[in-house]
Design a protein around this ligand. Structure first.
Ligand code: PBG
Length: 331
């Protein structure tokens, strides 16, 4: 007596744990994770962020402790974002160029404590430093101007590289900035500093808690639609990525993550370069909120989503869940 469907039993390989492990196509490990951290002034300071339950801003000593934790968990990279004090913000964002700003002090402290046991990825954009919360310089009409902004971003990137940044990550979406920053790094003897470009960054409603975390949310008037991408577009994302690779990006990012898995997949298919997803603050908050109302198991929800990024073609994921996920993966 044979079964009725002898040749069509895909379920056969799913029946046991060992067999599921054997047939698994996608692997998620702590080495796939990049942990974004928010820095604040002071000593021994931890400031919880209410729109990001479980995430805090840390003073530099706390950031160093997180760096050591990342090393022990096997998380290879930290992404740093400063919460600049209001009195240090200005229309031109000049604090971004201060060699002793919060970002540079944090980079140096991490590198002093951990050396090359961890990579430090730094955000290049002016929004944590501007009084208006936009990522670039404004003209009289409040329009974010491209070329003048790129000139400042180049100096910002050099300032971070001098402090010891390993990966420069421009999140500003100005045109031409990757080429300009690459050239400046080469000329400034920072040839091995990488660039991870926020190549396809969308004007998204999912960034709210991040803007609270860096303190730009309350300052921002209007939106960022004149430079971040229209969520309706995907061919345009390929053009953005193509340009950034040609200009010298070592890797590219798609942001936000989950609502843009199709973009990740297309970029990976088209270019075969290392692609990273930023699972942004609003996505983190959604998982926590869903679990908070009993709509699912938090750990299962977050691991399934992280795996989806790998399946879509990502080399890694920026996620606020990095330490939680790494602990789960390390068992
Ligand atoms: C801005 C920047 C943003 C994020 C990273 N860099 C927000 C924005 O574009 O307004 C969002 C990250 C997140 O939501 O977690 N340079």
């Amino acid at each position: 007596m044979t079964g009725r469907y002898p040749n069509t039993r895909l379920r056969r390989t799913r029946a046991t744990g060992w067999s599921r492990a054997l047939h698994r196509e996608t692997l998620l490990t702590p080495a796939d994770l990049i942990w974004p951290l928010f820095i604040t002034e002071g000593e021994g300071v931890e400031e919880p962020i209410s729109s990001l339950p479980g995430v805090s801003r840390w003073s530099i000593d706390g950031i160093v402790a997180r760096a050591k934790e990342a090393v022990s968990l096997g998380v290879p990279v930290l992404a740093l974002f400063p919460n600049t004090q209001p009195e240090r913000r200005s229309d031109d964002g000049a604090e971004a160029l201060n060699p002793d700003n919060l970002m540079c002090r944090a980079i140096r402290a991490i590198k002093d404590a951990c050396g090359d046991d961890i990579g430090v990825l730094t955000d290049v954009a002016l929004d944590p430093y501007t009084a208006h919360g936009q990522d670039g310089l404004l003209d009289d009409r409040g329009y974010v101007v491209n070329d003048e902004t790129v000139a400042v971003l180049v100096d910002q990137a050099l300032n971070q590289a001098k402090a010891g940044a390993d990966i420069i990550a421009p999140s500003d979406m100005m045109d031409g900035r990757i080429g300009a920053i690459r050239m400046a790094l080469e000329m400034g003897e920072h040839r091995n500093v990488q660039i991870m470009s926020y190549a396809a960054k969308y004007a998204s409603a999912f960034y709210g808690p991040f803007r609270d975390a860096v303190g730009s949310g309350g300052l921002l008037k209007g939106d960022k639609k004149s430079y971040q991408m229209d969520p309706a577009n995907s061919d345009e994302a390929l053009r953005e990525v193509e340009l950034d690779i040609a200009e010298g990006a070592d890797s590219v990012m798609v942001k936000p993550g989950l609502a843009y898995l199709d973009i990740i997949y297309r970029v990976k298919r088209a270019f075969g370069v290392p692609v990273f997803a930023y699972q942004v603050s609003g996505e983190y908050a959604m998982i926590e909120a869903a679990a908070g109302v009993g709509a699912g198991d938090r750990d299962a929800l977050l691991m399934e989503k992280l795996l989806a990024f790998k399946r879509a073609g990502c080399s890694g994921i920026l996620t606020y869940h990095a330490p939680v996920a790494a602990k789960l993966l390390n068992g």
